[in-house]
Design a protein around this ligand. Structure first.
Ligand SMILES: [Zn+2]
Length: 443
């Protein structure tokens, strides 16, 4: 969600038959909204003159022509739009990855040619907001919530900046694609009224609360007796929603704040310990004492998920038992599935009918990375099952970052904890009694 004044988040749809009518509306709204959308109607009637004029007068323009063609054609068209200086343009995600990549090439080349730092941003249209479940079924597509998230992920993988999505799918896309993926939402009606040709509608306030970055609003502003006043009223409604969001925003915890949580729950102990490996250590980590609190588990793992989201995993895997909860919560935050591996006669295996699709991008997570051994075994197990491991993560990396997995890796906390062979343990030498934590046996 981008931080900017509410009015900047309003895109007014200039759905009018002539450039003259479009520019009249735009003039009335100058300074009251962030952008103007030029669509097929006025573009077909008058060509690029409306967009060019608006750009020349300092307005931001969203060129909504929904390109859907072979990649070379879309690259060339996106290049032309970029040269025109529009801020946003649309392509159909169902045109495929190569077509979306070509659009990105086109706008980047245009930015380079014009010497501007920020290229025109490209949005993918997932499913037209006029299509409900029935309409999508008729064209051979699944239910909107499935189609939209699948196409949004594809668009993100192709490098596009965001999507156009109906109000009902904002939450699912935000969850699947993370905080930096633009979501532009049409189908906004400030008051209960007709839903016209957009089957999925919402109020400005609800769309902003759901996580939309920009709202496209047409007739409720352009058809008002005083369009500027109508825009101001909508901006005020959005501002309220933005204030609520800011006050509720879950802030990212620092490493020290996370360490405090572990200490508070006796999950990080200092003393003299015998680890399950038989090695001795001066510190002991027991994540289960933190993870037994579902809200903490959710909060910590979603922070870890944010660090791994860019890897585009479709599955999160972890070794049982310690990693099960972490995989589950990271997967929840990423909107993907979680599974776990188990040791059977010494070897890490996938049981319970768990399987991976060939080449399926998979994250391997743990509660704690000590030497990286069990993470490596899990990676191997996932790859034997046909998955492709794209990265690894842990709540705590107690190897001090030394455990090299040959993969992108993230940890909420990195600690350098000394492990000693019992024969060389300085704590034993000092005569401090060693305890085996986690054991129920009372001495
Ligand atoms: Zn010792």
């Amino acid at each position: 969600m981008t931080a900017m004044p509410a009015k900047e988040k309003i895109i007014v749809a200039l759905d009018v038959p002539s450039a003259e009518a479009a520019l009249q509306v735009a003039q009335k709204l100058h300074g009251h909204v962030g952008m103007f959308k030029v669509g097929s109607e006025v573009f077909t009637a008058e060509g690029p003159v409306t967009a060019r004029y608006l750009v020349a007068t300092g307005e931001q323009v969203f060129l909504d022509l929904k390109f859907h063609d072979i990649p070379n054609t879309v690259r060339a068209a996106a290049h032309q739009a970029g040269m025109m200086g529009v801020s946003l343009l649309t392509v159909h995600a169902s045109g495929g990855r190569k077509m979306m990549e070509a659009a990105m090439d086109g706008v980047r080349a245009a930015a380079k040619a014009r010497g501007v730092a920020r290229p025109t941003r490209v949005l993918a249209v997932t499913a037209l907001t006029s299509l409900g479940a029935e309409g999508l079924a008729e064209v051979g597509q699944g239910p909107p919530e499935v189609v939209v998230v699948r196409l949004a992920r594809l668009a993100q993988a192709a490098g596009v900046d965001g999507v156009v999505a109906s109000p009902r799918e904002i939450v699912a896309i935000r969850q699947a694609c993370g905080p930096n993926f633009l979501i532009v939402t049409p189908g906004i009606r400030p008051l209960a009224g007709t839903t016209d040709d957009q089957a999925r509608t919402a109020t400005p306030e609800s769309a902003i609360r759901a996580g939309a970055d920009f709202l496209v609003i047409g007739r409720p502003i352009t058809g008002a007796a005083d369009p500027a006043a109508a825009a101001d009223a909508i901006a005020a409604e959005m501002e309220k929603a933005l204030t609520v969001i800011l006050s509720q925003a879950q802030k990212t915890m620092t490493e020290n704040e996370i360490l405090d949580i572990f200490r508070k729950h006796s999950a990080l102990l200092e003393g003299h310990f015998v680890l399950s490996s038989g090695l001795h250590s001066d510190r002991y980590v027991q994540c289960a004492l933190v993870l037994q609190h579902p809200r903490l588990a959710e909060q910590l793992c979603s922070q870890l998920a944010d660090q791994l989201r860019h890897l585009g995993a479709a599955v999160v895997a972890a070794p049982a038992l310690g990693g099960v909860l972490v995989a589950h919560e990271v997967a929840r935050a990423l909107g993907v599935r979680a599974l776990f591996t188990e040791r059977q006669e010494g070897a890490m295996t996938l049981r319970r009918g768990f399987s991976l699709n060939p080449g399926e991008p998979t994250l391997v997570v743990e509660d704690v990375i000590t030497t990286g051994l069990s993470t490596r075994e899990t990676i191997q197990c996932v790859e034997q099952a046909g998955g492709k491991v794209v990265g690894a993560g842990a709540l705590i990396d107690r190897s001090g970052g030394a455990a090299d997995l040959g993969l992108p890796k993230a940890a909420l906390i990195t600690l350098k904890i000394q492990n000693y062979n019992p024969s060389e343990c300085p704590l034993c030498e000092a005569g401090i009694p060693a305890i085996k934590p986690g054991s129920r046996t009372k001495k």
